[in-house]
Design a protein around this ligand. Sequence first.
Ligand SMILES: Nc1ncnc2c1ncn2[C@@H]1O[C@H](COP(=O)(O)OP(=O)(O)OP(=O)(O)O)[C@@H](O)[C@H]1O
Ligand SMILES: Cc1ncsc1CCO
Ligand SMILES: [Mg+2]
Length: 264
Amino acid sequence: MTSPSLLFARMRETAPLVQCITNYVAMNVAANVLLAAGASPAMVHAEEEAGEFAAIAGALTVNIGTLSPAWVAGMKAAVAGATAAGRPWVFDPVAHFATAFRRQAAAELLALRPTIIRGNASEVIALGGGTSAGKGVDSGDPIEQAEDAARQLALAKGAVVAVTGAVDFVTDGARAVRIPGGSPLMPKITAMGCSLTALVGAYAAIAPDQPFEAATAALVTFAVAGESAARDASGPGSLAVRFLDALHGLTAADLEAGGRVLAA
Ligand SMILES: Nc1ncnc2c1ncn2[C@@H]1O[C@H](COP(=O)(O)OP(=O)(O)OP(=O)(O)O)[C@@H](O)[C@H]1O
Ligand SMILES: Cc1ncsc1CCO
Ligand SMILES: [Mg+2]
């Protein structure tokens, strides 16, 4: 398995261009997270250009947080462009279970075969057809309860599934790992998960043929930077600032020393 620290070093060397279609809440946060990590974000979603742009980006990420019909059209155009160009794409099904419009959009996007799916426990349980306690964008379920759903979803969709929470879980249906770390304050900052999805895209651009390793590396990066930032944060506000600084200051050696990937 290519280690997170090696992929991180490659990201710093190559600054991959990542096309992020994400929500209004996350756009600024996610772009700053990618820049701090060493990638190059571009928030490009219009139907007229999203597919064309996908061919020049190293990877695409699609997050349905603040959907409208025009955005769905842009997402589908982008996925078509990425697929035609052989680029990986990452799907973040924010609160997909909440309304009929979201359910429909999520089902249509899922049918377009994402390379990696990244969601919180409630989103992954519901995507697997189970009943989740989620009501909106925040998870209402413990992560352990999403592990089986994640495995099944990975097998059914031929995708790598990354579920986040107190201890993250990544599976391709056959292999699985758990990644501890981070901080309980992280879910108190909006768009942390959406930004993580964007970072999964950055690693997928680095290792397009190793989506399991790419997703794992992104979760490890967040776990190490989040843990370090939380050490002297006094609340979500200072954590948000310190998290960006921690990401920016992160080295491959820090990931090597602090990253924990446990067999599951
Ligand atoms: N209790 C926790 N302890 C440690 N880390 C956590 C905890 N909860 C979440 N995280 C971390 O926070 C990051 C975001 O994950 P989360 O599951 O909150 O995403 P999300 O619900 O999709 O977020 P959002 O929709 O607000 O963008 C991940 O890196 C995850 O590991
Ligand atoms: C708060 C919020 N609402 C829609 S998307 C989003 C960002 C976190 O998922
Ligand atoms: Mg989310």
